[in-house]
Write a protein that binds this ligand. Structure first.
Ligand SMILES: [Fe+2]
Length: 340
């Protein structure tokens, strides 16, 4: 029945979560762990779709957190062999006070295998207490900005000076669908509304409100990320302190961005990793072509403590097509700029 339910849910595009109690007597015994891994793997292999496994801490099941969580770490690795994106969730249900303390101390290590916690009956602590002990990166199921996000809701600017459009007449609306333009005629101005339901709303955010994330050693490019869509990400390179390890080399490393085309727009400041690049310039590093700091830039960066650069990067997951207008501004020599 589980196989068939998973298949049907998949057919309808519905997520499949499995409530999966850990019922063996003693997961402190390596033999029982081995047995459970084999037994669960048989289920994982048979189901066409699994999005998440949720394991109750008790009722049924009664395993000390350190043994249960060690088991679940292994089960998560096994689960991902068959369902690479599936998540592992658990609840501290039925845990004693001592077990809750142990559970919280394990949570503090931010176990990478654990996607989230389920709260329900027989959980000793209230939801706020449970939440307070949950690592921050587990809290995103509320949809709120995480606290270590480089910007937050306060940074959003909303429209203030709204213009009224209540004219009537023939208003032509062109709707683009799959590359084709379709024409619709409205009897009132399309902005003649008092509001609308839905998830799309206008807002603005300034790059100057982006608080850079820095570290002792070079931070990976996602720390600069500001927006993401299915087709591209937008990163903001803002004035910031450089890496502060005594042996750190602040210039970025050479890389081949095999997953995306990188387009960078240099807005303001001094661009440490580039020679002959000034404000207003645009560079394009196509996917798979290795690139990195220009000759001398790496050496030049050593000992520098900060940058005033301001640049915006758009990484597209599909190759960018070059227009004739873009070719007109090509300097024809950038690709040779890595030659000493
Ligand atoms: Fe790059």
């Amino acid at each position: 029945m589980m196989v068939e339910m998973s298949r049907i849910a998949d057919e309808y595009g519905q997520d499949v979560w499995i409530w999966y109690p850990a019922l063996d007597k003693d997961y402190g015994d390596p033999k029982q762990v081995e047995f459970a891994l084999k037994e669960w793997a048989e289920v994982f292999a048979k189901l066409p779709r699994i999005n998440a496994i949720f394991v109750p801490g008790g009722d049924p099941g009664h395993t000390q957190p350190r043994h249960l969580m060690a088991l679940l770490e292994k089960q998560t690795a096994s689960l991902r062999k068959y369902h690479p994106k599936a998540e592992m969730w658990m609840s501290p249900r039925g845990f004693t006070k001592a077990w809750m303390d142990e559970f919280y101390s394990i949570l503090k290590t931010e176990p990478a295998w654990l996607a989230g916690l389920v709260f329900g009956p027989q959980v000793r602590d209230s939801l706020p207490v449970l939440r307070a002990n949950t690592p921050k990166r587990y809290r995103n199921w509320f949809g709120q900005m995480l606290e270590h996000s480089p910007y937050c809701e306060r940074d959003y600017k909303l429209p203030t000076e709204l213009e009224t459009h209540d004219e009537t007449g023939d208003f032509l609306l062109k709707v683009k669908k799959q590359g084709q333009l379709h024409q619709l005629v409205y009897a009132t101005h399309p902005f003649d509304v008092v509001g609308y339901d839905g998830y799309n709303f206008p807002y603005g955010i300034s790059i100057h409100n982006f608080e850079p994330i820095t570290g002792r050693v070079h931070q990976p490019p996602p720390v600069h990320q500001m927006f993401e869509t299915k087709a591209f990400v937008v990163c903001s390179f803002c004035p910031r302190l450089y890496d502060y390890h005594p042996l750190a080399i602040p210039a970025p490393y050479n890389h081949s961005n095999i997953d995306s085309d990188e387009m960078l727009y240099y807005v303001d400041g001094d661009f440490m990793s580039r020679n002959d690049v000034a404000a207003g310039h645009i560079s394009l590093h196509p996917a798979g072509i290795p690139h990195g700091p220009h000759p001398g830039a790496m050496e030049r960066s050593i000992g520098k403590t900060k940058t005033d650069e301001l640049a915006v990067m758009v990484d597209t997951f599909k190759p960018l097509q070059i227009t004739e207008e873009a070719l007109k501004i090509d300097d024809g020599k950038y690709y040779k700029s890595w030659l000493e």
